[in-house]
Design a protein around this ligand. Structure first.
Ligand SMILES: *Cc1c(COP(=O)(O)O)cnc(C)c1O
Length: 378
């Protein structure tokens, strides 16, 4: 059996090696390493895939969040509502820009923020919501957009884990994650569903004016050369990464489908095991399983993780500690009994190996061992 990994980028690369190597050598031969033609081409191809008017590429997913929040016209002290159960980047950029992160609990079944919890956190100072489409499934964007309209709030979606996820509106229309709010952001970190061979990110928007501002901020605040309209930053996607992403975008739907079949296999295997709560799938969203994250109901999560380690099966805890209790964010004034859903999730969640190159032998080995831990023979 091939070694089991959380993500197997090596096998994935081997399976598309000639396409990737051709793309890389063509950039090297052109030496157009910065702002080469592949960057624009990739942006256009991603626009077509996502059916969004503007894709503005940048250096990473954290920059994408920062740039879109810089462009949003918020003022220091404005409150921005986001999840306590996410990767730190989402909260960090709010703090960096002098906004007040208002952290809320997610829904324990889908791990995503809910309109109900957002509504409870809205004050007269609230200016924006940053929903995170965690682990590959959309938050309830229909409910979130309704709240945003009611309270005149901006919505910036963190879609770093949801490149290709579809959100289904009640009227039957669908939109891709990240293209629903005022702007959406993503990351092309290698392990993301659409990952490059280094760092990369992008902002999406259908708003022409916002797009212009975002593009300018990502490029030192410049519009015409050496004329500066905004205080900007320097955040670019390399041509090499864009060329790699053009190849990988062509495989994205197939990759997301492969991930979904792994999740289906796990769901079926764990169906009769009450100690394992499988990820909830919402009717309003597809799920591209950036992670397959279960909750271990009997308090044995850490023992299971150790047991699996001993069997050569890696697993990860996303995320091990609630953000409201991190040292750097003490100043926000949260206490240990605030945000109990996140605190409880951090003790229960376990993400199992899931990637585009998993085979049946590996999946059987993993599920047999997980079930054996709970002494349930398959
Ligand atoms: C990966 C990720 C980011 C940050 O992306 P980088 O490219 O690593 O900066 C932001 N938010 C979420 C939810 C992520 O998963």
């Amino acid at each position: 059996m091939r070694e089991i990994q959380m993500v197997d980028l090596k096998t994935q690369y081997k399976n598309i090696r000639s396409e990737i190597d051709d793309a890389i050598s063509s950039v090297i031969n052109s030496t157009a390493f910065i702002r080469g033609p592949e960057v624009k081409l990739f942006e256009q191809e991603l626009q077509n895939y996502l059916k969004v008017k503007h894709v503005i590429s940048c250096a990473n997913g954290t920059d994408a969040l920062q740039i879109s929040l810089m462009a949003a016209g918020l003022n220091p002290g404005d409150e921005v509502i986001t999840s306590d159960f996410t990767f730190i980047a989402t909260v960090e950029v709010l703090a960096l820009l002098g906004f007040k992160p208002v952290l809320i609990d997610p829904d324990p079944g889908s791990f995503n923020v809910t309109p109900g919890n957002i509504r409870k956190a809205i004050t007269t100072k609230t200016k924006a919501i940053v929903p995170v489409h965690l682990f590959g499934q959309c938050a309830d964007m229909d409910g979130i957009l309704k709240l945003a309209r009611e309270y005149n709030l901006l919505v910036i979606e963190d879609a770093a884990q949801a490149t290709g996820t579809d959100f289904y509106f009640p009227d039957g229309k669908s939109r891709k994650a990240g293209t629903i709010g005022n702007a959406g952001t993503t990351s092309f970190f290698p392990s993301k569903n659409l990952g490059c061979f280094g760092d990369g990110g992008a902002v999406y928007t259908n708003d022409d004016e916002l797009a212009g501002k975002i593009r300018s901020i990502a490029n030192h605040g410049m519009k015409e050369r050496y004329h500066y309209y905004n205080v900007g930053i320097n955040s670019r996607l390399d041509t090499l990464q864009a060329a790699i992403l053009r190849v990988k975008l062509r495989h994205l739907d197939r990759y997301n489908e492969a991930r979904r079949s792994v999740a289906d296999f796990y769901d079926r295997a764990f169906a009769g095991c009450p100690e394992i709560i499988v990820p909830e799938r919402k009717a309003y969203s597809s799920h591209i399983f950036h992670q397959y994250t279960v909750r271990i109901a009997n308090g044995k999560r850490d023992d299971l993780k150790k047991y699996l380690d001993g069997k050569g099966i890696p697993s990860m805890i996303y995320y091990p500690g609630p953000l409201h209790m991190q040292e750097a964010y003490r100043y926000l004034g949260y206490g240990s009994s605030d945000l109990p859903v996140t605190t409880s999730l951090c003790r229960k969640v376990l993400s199992l190996p899931l990637h585009t190159e998993m085979d049946k032998e590996q999946l059987e080995y993993i599920t047999v061992n997980v079930l054996e831990f709970f002494e349930r023979k398959v």
